[in-house]
Design a binder for this molecule. Structure first.
Ligand code: IMP
Ligand code: ZN
Length: 348
């Protein structure tokens, strides 16, 4: 059990602490063990190597040039049917619930799988059905879905994702995301898709990967992304002082910070102590939310992210509880869910 002895306080049980997870990519959240189980089920019909060889247990350092190809060259070949997608999704949900997550916004890029005769719409439906099935058995964790537009997408592909988000809004999709390799530029071509989402479905939340790498942290790109009207932004690493002030001035913006991902992928300097969580967590007027990003790859569950900030930034029990509650107002899952979360997170 993840526990930390806080000298001025009782030990904090970070797993028992009810938590909100708002930035988790489905394919990156699948544990190595689950990938291995899926691989075993596909024997002898697969030529893919064992996931435990591709991602040896204990290896959590992946630089970004090795990280992004992992999905297109490996994971997507393994998760290649309704049954493997559903198996992987339910396993991801079980893992988050077992780690004390009470509200999850899972995000995924809709993917057509022609070999299984699956359209992007079938993909989204399969994930949503798996969530419904899971919630029949687990009443404590509620899960909503965010659909991701990949930076590599063409405008028609992005528009298709927006149309799917609108179509499935009443069935559990609550938002849109912009994700993908930050080295891919030219994303102004995607702006009309996000403008269309805002016009057609103002109730859809918007979260954007923001200044994740130096190459995606130019003033022009960040100005443009803020202009798309996100309620939350992810990573927020390469921001100038002026941009920092702009973010604070907007008031109530959610900052999805992912410590282990950033450290293990070499996206920040100075290890955990040098992470910009230290600059943000006491700032009023923004909501810092700890998130895992890709727990299957980087190996640090959300409970451990809380343990890490306690260890490296000296947060005490009251700070940890305040941090866990801070994201409630930024969820995309609606007012009723906020009320439920306030009850759970204030009663502990
Ligand atoms: P999926 O969308 O469920 O298939 O999850 C995998 C996808 O998430 C990858 O192909 C990336 O586009 C995206 N992703 C995962 N981690 C990151 C990240 O740290 N930055 C940007 N995109 C990411
Ligand atoms: Zn991410």
């Amino acid at each position: 059990m993840t526990q930390l002895k806080n000298p001025e306080d009782a030990p904090i049980d970070f797993i028992a602490l009810p938590k909100i997870e708002l930035h988790a990519h489905l394919s990156g959240s699948i544990s190595r063990q689950t990938l291995h189980e899926i691989w075993l089920l596909q024997q002898p019909h697969t030529t893919l190597p064992d996931p435990l060889l591709v991602m040896p247990p204990g290896k959590h350092d992946f630089d970004l040039t090795a990280f992004f190809p992992l999905f297109s060259s490996y994971t997507y070949h393994l998760i290649n049917s309704p049954s493997s997608l559903s198996y992987a999704t339910s396993s991801v949900l079980r893992d988050f619930a077992a780690d004390g997550v009470v509200y999850l916004e899972l995000r995924t890029t809709p993917r057509a799988i022609p070999s299984a005769d699956m359209t992007k719409s079938d993909y989204v439906r399969c994930v949503l059905e798996t969530i419904v099935q899971f919630e029949r058995e687990d009443k404590r964790m509620r899960t909503k879905l965010i659909l991701s537009v990949d930076r590599r997408n063409s405008l028609p592909e992005a528009q298709e994702t927006v149309a799917l988000a609108v179509e499935f809004m009443l069935k559990g999709v609550v938002g849109l995301d912009l994700c993908g390799d930050p080295a891919v530029g030219g994303i102004e071509r995607l702006a009309p898709a996000f403008a269309e989402a805002r016009r057609a479905a103002p109730g859809l939340g918007l979260t954007l990967h923001f200044a994740e790498a130096e190459c995606s942290g130019s003033g022009e790109e960040l100005e443009m992304l803020l202009g798309w009207g996100p309620q939350r932004i992810g990573h927020v690493i390469h921001v100038s002082e002026g941009m920092r002030e702009r973010i604070v001035k907007r008031g109530g913006m959610g900052l999805e910070l992912c410590l282990s991902c950033n450290v293990h992928a070499g996206m920040v300097c100075g290890g955990f102590e040098g992470h910009h969580f230290g600059e943000w967590w006491k700032v009023d007027n923004v909501a810092v939310i700890l998130c895992t990003d890709d727990v299957g790859v980087f190996g640090s569950p959300l409970s451990n992210e809380y343990a890490l900030v306690a260890e490296h930034f000296g947060l005490e029990r009251a700070d940890i509880c305040a941090l866990a509650r801070r994201g409630i107002d930024t969820i995309f899952g609606g007012e009723e869910e906020k009320v439920r979360l306030r009850e759970i997170l204030w009663s502990g």
